[in-house]
Design a binder for this molecule. Sequence first.
Ligand code: NAP
Length: 311
Amino acid sequence: MASPVLFDRLALIGVGLIGGSIARAARALGLVRTIVATSRSEPTRQRIRELGLADEVVDTSAAAVVGADLVMVCVPIGACGAVAKEIGPHLKPGATVSDVGSVKAAVVRDMAPHIPAGVHFIPGHPVAGTEDSGPDSGFAELFINRWCILTPPKDADQAAVERLANFWKAFGASVEIMSPEHHDLVLAVTSHVPHLIAYNIVGTAFDLRLITESEILKYSAGGFRDFTRIAASDPTMWRDVFLANKEAVLEMLGTFNEDLSKLTRAIRRGDGEALFEHFARTRAIRRGIVETGQDSAAPDFGRPHEQLTKK
Ligand code: NAP
């Protein structure tokens, strides 16, 4: 059975990993009738055409949103405000504007003032990604079994929120609603601080003089390999994340440093019991994550993507 068309005309502002995945999934599932896309640079716009990701590719964000029922802003967080300012006067009354930014309070602060009354502004964040960027890196299955967090304002139109939630659910995602501030706190600990740790440990390892680069590469299966994958994430996106979610990240880093001090003390004192207790607790947490289907117990490498079948 074909999926119902949820939006007539989808405008994608920014077509990289996330925008490119939305385009592919929406097309594969028949969730929209027309996709119009734009990107900042001509080479990316040309690549969108070559990949056939949209029915129309236009030069500006303002042109892309004309007549659109759903506008998805898929650019780095730091660019969302300028995009909102450009598209604001051209939005169709009754349209829904959303985004996919990994930080929410700053995006709401930057975008909301430019969205006119009569347009539904429902920010979002699909908690799914890879370390790759650009329109070639997107794939339709990216959102399957992942969460998408929506942060609508308190007085949001419930029918509009539900329609956007159904759009994400059709991609195979589960949808959760929360406030932008709560989102930023949760993501600081589940995503932003872990990325910072990865960026840090990879830098530390390669700055060491005692251990050679070839030894690091040779023995990287011992946990380090996963850090290098995360530390290869897009520098622009992650710079913006830390600038935009400063307060929540600093709060979580404070707690993290306190906990690290406890582990450091346990190692210094030879307190095996404290170390064992901590590791047993975190092992149980990991098993819980696998049980809820947020990850597989299988090794990360070479895992085939699930196939998105047209329903
Ligand atoms: P991406 O693959 O690098 O694509 C970025 C897109 O934004 C491209 O179309 C790029 O245009 C455009 N862009 C870059 N800088 C811009 C600027 N200053 N002004 C206007 N357009 C600009 O990025 P992505 O990974 O899809 O990330 C996009 C958004 O998704 C970010 O807000 C990020 O926080 C969020 N997100 C990412 C992930 C992830 O794992 N990557 C996961 C969840 C959410 P050109 O190519 O033409 O320059």
